[in-house]
Design a protein around this ligand. Structure first.
Ligand code: SAH
Length: 251
């Protein structure tokens, strides 16, 4: 993937204030150059355990989120040349100027959705490499994930195939339109930043449903929006973040 290097602003899909410095020596390489040869499975399992310990220390409490992230091999969702960095608490480029979100952000967003999403129907906007979708599929009954870049949609399909997640549907399209055919949703996770979310999208939440999204321009804040009535929405600010932009149309 020659388009990977250099084209991504560091920090997209990340928290702005990092909770604390990474533990020294915390993340030895998985193996040279990527996927583990058979027999080294323990190496990445141990790195994932450490990642989960870090998430716990940074305030992630939900056992379902921690269990899913301990199990799903994040290094299998990034380019082989970046696999050795997959368990650092950082966003990484996935090509096409997009990033896989930092583990802390994946955990934080999933945790913030959990009460609404557990056992329910969830819409993700911005499949990217598919990692967040796999984490959601461990928690929700049904997950729909939309991606606007066809090549990333195909890559996510490839990455997710071995996971055989019967409750996850990948959709190629413009997530700003939502997915009226599958609405209403109990929860939405928007993995890219917008000034505001379109009303037509938010109306695909059921009443009581929750959306997590980075909102803003220069300064973005992770927000939790709850549909409290037919036309009423409540908003909480969770924290300052930096995400790639939500874009209209497909590529
Ligand atoms: N959840 C992803 C993070 C991907 S980064 C992961 O785990 O890897 C954000 C993604 O949102 C990018 O792939 C980008 O192409 C996508 N995106 C941006 N605008 C979109 C839109 N309108 N509809 C669908 N996807 C969109």
């Amino acid at each position: 993937m020659a388009e990977l290097a250099g084209s991504v602003k560091p920090g997209a899909g990340e928290r702005v204030r990092r909770p604390r410095a990474a533990a020294p020596g915390a993340a030895p390489a998985v193996t040279e150059g990527g996927r583990e040869p058979a027999g080294l499975g323990l190496t990445s399992a141990r790195l994932r355990e450490r990642m989960v310990e870090r998430l716990r220390a940074d305030g992630i409490r939900d056992a379902r989120v921690l269990a899913a992230m301990a199990r799903i091999a994040r290094h299998e969702f990034v380019d082989q040349g970046l696999a050795s960095r997959a368990y650092e608490d950082t966003a990484l480029p996935i090509g096409f100027e997009q990033t896989i979100s930092q583990p802390f952000i994946v955990a934080r967003m999933t945790e913030a959705l959990c009460a609404a999403a557990a056992g329910g129907r969830v819409l993700e906007i911005g499949t990217g490499c598919g990692y967040q979708a796999a984490v959601l599929a461990a928690i929700a009954a049904e997950v729909y994930s939309i991606e606007r870049i066809r090549a990333l949609h195909e890559r996510a399909r490839h990455n997710l195939r071995p996971h055989r997640l019967a409750n996850l549907r990948l959709v190629f399209g413009d997530g700003l339109l939502g997915l009226p055919a599958a609405a209403p949703f109990d929860a939405m996770l928007i993995a890219a930043a917008a000034a505001e979310l379109p009303a037509a999208l938010l109306h695909q939440l059921r009443i009581g449903g929750v959306a997590i999204a980075p909102l803003g321009g220069e300064r973005q804040r992770l927000c939790r929006i709850t549909r409290v009535s037919d036309s009423g929405f409540a908003r909480e600010i969770l924290e300052e973040v930096r995400f790639v932009p939500l874009m209209a149309g497909v590529l």
